[in-house]
Ligand binder design. Structure first.
Ligand code: IPE
Ligand code: IPE
Ligand code: MG
Length: 232
């Protein structure tokens, strides 16, 4: 294993570029998503060996519902199959699977796979693997406001800590390193609050090609960053 002088406690990924990977090979886009799941598997295994405590994967955004129905259905189907297939091994490795986002609009099969994996692994103390399904940063903030208002919390009690504890990520640390593959330079509504002070790492590499060598480059870049948080 490679040595890094500093590792992030929480890494979040925007795994982009599956569709382009497939198009470059004249394959249907869904084959890109399948290949993307394969890179995710090895990445998760690698990061848990490094004892990274929190890993968040942007799996399906609130905006992804705007894709063609057929792509949405087949994507959500293979994602739910892969959760089913991986749950036992994740459990063996002490990984705790969690979900961030809204569950109610997801197809029943996916909801069940997520809930099953969350339940199976709930007492594990290893890596927290957050699956962001039907996740949107703005929706999350709206949901937090709703929850605060519905509890009747008085305005003078609302501060950053209280607000943060009403987000989907309530008890989790903020994001240290945010990685986006696929070459786009944007956040696409991911973890808006939690990445306010994250180190950003963008690469043109498409997600299915994002292998161990590529994650090592991202970790090496992170270990060279100087985090200042406004100080000198
Ligand atoms: C990212 O790959 C995966 C999801 C959004 C689920 P894309 O499907 O966005 O791939 P590109 O950006 O079209 O290449
Ligand atoms: C972000 O990728 C969402 C996920 C990876 C799940 P998109 O491909 O959907 O983002 P945009 O549309 O390029 O902003
Ligand atoms: Mg994309």
């Amino acid at each position: 294993m490679k040595k890094f002088n500093r590792l992030p406690n929480h890494i979040a990924f925007i795994p982009d570029g599956n569709g382009r990977w497939a198009e470059q090979r004249n394959l249907p886009r869904i084959e890109g998503h399948r290949a993307g799941i394969e890179s995710t598997r090895s990445l998760v295994r690698y990061l848990s060996e490094y004892r990274i405590k929190y890993v968040t994967l942007y799996s399906f955004s609130t905006e992804n519902w705007n894709r063609p129905r057929a792509e949405v259905n087949s994507l959500l189907k293979i994602l739910s199959e892969s959760i089913e297939n991986e749950a036992a091994e994740l459990h063996q490795n002490g990984v705790r699977v969690r979900h961030i986002g809204r569950l109610n609009k997801l197809p029943q099969h996916l909801k069940q796979s997520i809930e099953g994996a969350v339940e199976l692994t709930r007492d594990n103390a290893g890596m927290n693997l957050n699956l962001a399904f039907d996740y949107g940063g703005r929706t999350e903030i709206v949901d937090a406001v709703r929850s605060i208002v519905s509890k009747g919390i008085p305005s003078h009690d609302i501060d950053e800590g209280l607000f943060s504890s009403h987000l989907y990520t309530a008890d989790m640390p903020y994001v240290d390193l945010l990685v986006r593959t696929g070459g786009e330079l944007r956040i696409s509504n991911f973890l808006l609050w939690q990445s306010a002070y994250s180190e950003l790492y963008f690469t043109k590499v498409l997600w299915p090609d994002f292998d161990i060598g590529e994650i090592e480059k991202a970790l090496a870049a992170y270990s060279r960053r100087q985090r200042r948080f406004g100080r000198v």
